[in-house]
Design a protein around this ligand. Structure first.
Ligand SMILES: [Fe+2]
Ligand SMILES: [Fe+2]
Length: 309
């Protein structure tokens, strides 16, 4: 079993129990976010390899790391497939983005801070996996246990690289600043956007996966959504209604139209991604559906057939 002692000693706080509970209640999102984290971890390593070609040790370690992360990605999507979990676009959470805001913008500080941030994210990832193992089903517990060793080594690799490429004083000065920011992100309730990352899911909002460590998935784009509202019994248009688009994870409304529309055609802007569409109208039962609004489909039409009360 991987020794998590050094990782627990390194991080300033444990993953809150509320996050673990939330993850258990949303196993599909756990897997989707995990897949995204692995993919992003690989791409972050590759970016560093492009930017710092002069550091042989960095190229070597991060090349291996990127391969391992992609291998993890393949393992996660294989599990998703056997469990019938769809893979929708999820927009970025704030954990990695906010952590990276602390990274200095001038070299060589930028490199040292980026490596330290990598170490923190890998450490959190590992700590989270360990927190999940005792409560997951057998298959997932086995899978997450198998990841502990490599994620723990990624933590060590990033930290060693930071110490090799930066001075001791610099690392000792920067590490507490970055760790403190990370603690803040993990412990503060996040009422921001969608799902997965960091922190106690206040009202079921954000779900911090493995630290979402590195960041961020495809950005959400705005599309034009038309909801055609009709009566389920007569097929007649319902011209006065309220159409709300929600984030299905947080339950927060991201767009809303309360109006009268000829022909019952309600057209409104909507951020792409997994969305819940809710339609209510006087005299009818509230209607709801979940839809994957694809960023490459700029105009989308959905029919809402409302049952009379
Ligand atoms: Fe990984
Ligand atoms: Fe990793």
């Amino acid at each position: 079993m991987t020794d998590l002692g050094p990782i627990r000693a390194f991080l300033l706080c444990e993953t809150p129990r509320a996050w673990v509970d939330w993850a258990l209640q949303h196993p599909d999102i756990l897997l989707i976010d995990h897949a995204n984290c692995e993919k992003k971890a690989a791409s972050t390593a590759l970016n560093l390899m492009y930017r710092y070609v002069e550091h042989h040790a960095l190229l070597n370690k991060l090349s291996r790391l990127a391969r391992e992360e992609l291998r993890h990605f393949e393992q996660v999507i294989a599990i998703m497939q056997t469990r019938g979990v769809a893979y929708p676009q999820l927009s970025a959470s704030r954990y990695a983005g906010e952590l990276r805001q602390k990274v200095r913008t001038h070299e060589p500080g930028r490199l040292v801070d980026t490596l330290l941030t990598g170490a923190i994210i890998e450490a959190r990832s590992c700590e989270r996996f360990a927190a999940l193992v005792p409560v997951l089903d057998e298959e997932l517990a086995g899978f997450y246990t198998s990841l502990l060793k490599s994620e723990s080594r990624h933590f060590t690799d990033y930290l060693k690289l930071a110490r090799e490429l930066g001075s001791t004083q610099e690392v000792d000065a920067r590490l507490p600043v970055l760790l403190e920011k990370e603690r803040e992100l993990i412990e503060a309730p996040d009422h921001e956007s969608i799902r997965v990352d960091v922190t106690v899911p206040g009202e079921g909002v954000d779900f911090p996966y493995s630290a979402r460590l590195v960041g961020t998935m495809e950005k959400s784009v705005e599309i034009s959504l038309t909801v055609v509202v009709t009566s389920a019994t007569t097929g007649d248009p319902i011209e006065t209604a309220t159409v709300t688009i929600l984030d299905p994870t947080s339950g927060e409304a991201v767009s809303r139209l309360e109006s009268r529309r000829p022909g019952g055609r309600f057209t409104m802007p909507a951020p792409s991604g997994r969305r819940r569409i809710r339609v209510s109208a006087a005299g009818y039962e509230t209607w709801e559906t979940d839809a994957d609004l694809k960023p490459d489909e700029p105009e989308r039409e959905i029919e809402a057939k409302l049952a009379p009360k």
